[in-house]
Design a protein. Structure first.
Length: 247
C-alpha cells in the first residue's frame, strides 16, 4: 500500500506543477518617440524659409529685379508650402513623430483605399455638377457671377500651373482638411478656405466655389479619415480650371 501511495503522489506532482504555471505576459506596445531634433529643426527652417519667400518675391518686384507675374507666382508657391510646413512643425513641437503625423492626417498607405477613391470621384462629380448648374443658371437668367481668375492667372509662368495641379492641392488639403477639420469642424474650416480664395482673387465667385468645395471635401474626410478622398477631387478641379483658363 505504501509503495502504491508513493506512485500516486509522484504522478500527481506534474499536474500540480502544470497548474502553477503562470500565463505568458502580454507584449507591451512600444511607445512612440518624438521625432529627432535634427528633423524637427529642418522643418522649422523650411517653415521660416516659406514665410520669408512670401514677402521676398514681392520685394524683388518692388526693386525691379523680377516681373509682377513671377513675383505673384513665386510668393503664391511660398504660401502654399507654408500650409503643410506649419502643420508638421506644430505637431512635431507637440511631441509627435513623422509616422504619427502622417497617420493623423490621413496620408498613410492604409488610407489609400477603394473607399477613399470612391469618395474622391464622388466629390469631383458633385463639384462638376454644381459648376454646370451654375453655368446653366447664369445662361438662363443672364445673371453673371464675375471672376478675376483669368486676369490674375493669365500671364503667370508655366511652372506655376504645374505646381497648382500637382503640389498645391496636397498642401491645401493637409492644412484645411487633415489638420483643421478635426479641430474646428467642417463649416469653419470651409469658411477659412473660402476667405483665403476671396483674398487671393477678390472674387465672390471664388469664395462661394471654395466654400462649397470645403464643405463637401470636409464631409468626405470625416467619413473616410483619408486625405486622398479630398486630394483627388482637388487635383481634378484644378486641372479643369486651368484647362478652361488656357483653352
Amino acid at each position: 500500500m505504501a509503495s502504491s501511495n508513493k506512485r500516486r503522489s509522484t504522478k500527481a506532482k506534474p499536474r500540480s506543477y502544470a497548474k502553477s504555471k503562470t500565463a505568458p505576459r502580454k507584449a507591451v506596445p512600444k511607445k512612440e518617440m518624438p521625432e529627432r531634433a535634427s528633423i524637427r529643426y529642418a522643418f522649422y527652417i523650411l517653415l521660416l524659409g516659406s514665410i520669408i519667400s512670401i514677402f521676398f518675391f514681392p520685394y524683388l518686384y518692388a526693386e525691379g529685379i523680377i516681373g509682377i507675374n513671377a513675383a505673384n507666382a513665386d510668393s503664391s508657391i511660398g504660401l502654399s508650402f507654408f500650409f503643410p510646413l506649419v502643420v508638421f512643425a506644430y505637431l512635431m513641437a507637440k511631441g509627435k513623430n513623422l509616422k504619427q503625423i502622417i497617420i493623423e492626417l490621413g496620408l498613410s498607405r492604409r488610407a489609400m483605399n477603394r473607399k477613399a477613391l470612391a469618395y474622391g470621384i464622388t466629390v469631383f462629380l458633385a463639384i462638376l455638377l454644381l459648376e454646370l448648374g451654375i453655368g446653366a443658371f447664369q445662361a438662363a437668367t443672364h445673371i453673371s457671377l464675375p471672376t478675376n481668375v483669368r486676369q490674375l492667372l493669365g500671364g503667370l509662368p508655366a511652372y506655376f500651373f504645374a505646381f497648382a495641379v500637382i503640389v498645391a492641392p496636397i498642401d491645401e488639403e493637409i492644412l484645411f482638411r487633415g489638420f483643421l477639420v478635426p479641430r474646428i469642424g467642417i463649416i469653419l474650416s470651409a469658411l477659412i478656405f473660402g476667405i483665403l480664395h476671396f483674398l487671393s482673387y477678390a472674387s465672390i465667385s471664388e469664395f462661394i466655389a471654395a466654400f462649397v468645395f470645403g464643405l463637401i471635401a470636409g464631409y468626405a474626410f470625416k467619413r473616410t479619415r483619408s486625405l486622398y478622398s479630398t486630394i483627388i477631387p482637388h487635383i481634378l478641379v484644378n486641372v479643369l480650371g486651368i484647362l478652361a483658363l488656357l483653352l
